[in-house]
Design a protein around this ligand. Structure first.
Ligand SMILES: C[S@@+](CC[C@H](N)C(=O)[O-])C[C@H]1O[C@@H](n2cnc3c(N)ncnc32)[C@H](O)[C@@H]1O
Length: 325
């Protein structure tokens, strides 16, 4: 299970490593279901299900999830550990989405919310299936910073996250749980006192509600404890914002393309229940290992003291933590 790059990893590289022994033990924790089985809601809670979404989605109980987070294969040629997703024409990609998306939406409670991620190339198809199945409330743009350079095109530095609900008159949204702590650049005072900002020894800060443009979240990289070798791993901070805003405490979060387990891990760290499906056993095992690690360490990089901090603000966070002690 140790990957070829493990041997050459430098000391500060914190990328997840799973030993052969752990692989066997963690594989035993994965849930496997056959297409003729119908597990109940309580059977699938806090489980990583190893299997192909297409063969098992009908076995999953309907209307079980408060929140669904979907990070599907984008319309790009990509190798998921031997499973090759081949870039399709736009119409074919839309048909691919239509073949599973309504079935996944059926797993959402009537007052539930759903987010689906994609890049500029597949976003039109995502909008289409969202509008066919849900009420679309927003499109978040995540400025992801890291992207592959291009000589004859603009480097891709953003992703979309579509947000939809089943019932726009009744859905959970806790904006106070996702406040952002931003450094104040022009500290305005009224009668000598800070106006809407706070003066501290570690700097001047303002608490704000997030907009639909997110520029404070980096992709996981090798020095971060959450990092794995998954080729398209989402940052815990990003998923934390979705879960805190759109899933009540103890509610159930479902991720049908779990990958390295980010959604389940963050749900666990934030006191929510979870269920995820992943067809690649190595990824599913990484998810289980991360879930075990979350028992001892619930921290989420970039989210501390109940607020989201800006990029590169670890030193301010530490200072603020020290001041409280
Ligand atoms: C974009 S990645 C998700 C990454 C994940 N958000 C994370 O943070 O690690 C999509 C995942 O879906 C899995 N996948 C693709 N087709 C699948 C299918 N039919 N059933 C289950 N999993 C599938 C791939 O193996 C891949 O790990």
């Amino acid at each position: 299970m140790a990957k070829k790059h493990d041997r050459g990893r430098a000391g500060r590289n914190r990328t997840l490593v799973v030993t052969k022994e752990e692989q066997i033990r963690l594989s035993g924790k994965l849930m496997r279901i056959t297409s003729d089985q119908k597990p109940g809601r309580f059977d699938i809670i806090d489980k990583t299900i190893l299997g192909d979404l297409f063969s098992i989605i009908d076995c999953i109980p309907d209307e079980m999830a408060d929140l669904i987070v979907i990070d599907p294969p984008y319309n790009l040629t990509k190798d998921y550990n031997g499973l090759r997703f081949k870039s399709l024409g736009n119409a074919e990609y839309l048909e691919y989405l239509r073949s599973w998306f309504p079935k996944v939406v059926a797993k959402l409670k009537v007052c539930g919310s759903l987010y689906i991620c994609g890049d500029w190339r597949c976003t039109a198809a995502l909008q289409q299936v969202m509008e066919e199945n849900l009420t679309v409330l927003n499109r978040i743009t995540w400025q992801r910073e890291k992207g592959r350079g291009a000589l004859s095109n603009w480097k891709n530095g953003m992703e979309d996250i579509w947000f939809g609900v089943k019932n726009q008159k009744s859905y959970y949204f806790d904006v106070n749980a996702v406040k952002m702590k931003r450094k104040v650049l022009a500290p305005y005072r009224e009668n000598g006192s800070p106006k809407d900002w706070e003066e501290t020894d570690s700097g001047n800060f303002r608490l704000t509600f997030p907009s639909n443009f997110w520029d404070d979240i980096t992709v996981p990289y090798w020095s971060m404890p959450e990092n794995t070798d998954h080729p398209t791993q989402k940052p815990e901070k990003l998923i934390a914002r979705l879960i805190l805003a759109s899933c009540p405490p103890n509610g159930l979060v479902f991720d049908p393309f779990l990958g390295s387990g980010t959604t389940s891990v963050v749900a666990k760290k934030l006191g929510r229940r979870f269920c995820g499906i992943e067809m690649n056993e190595e990824y599913a095992i990484w998810a289980e290992k991360r879930l075990e690690k979350a028992e001892a360490d619930r921290s989420i990089q970039g989210f501390a003291d109940g607020v989201f901090w800006e990029r590169n603000s670890l030193s301010f966070q530490k200072k603020s933590e020290k001041q409280k002690q």
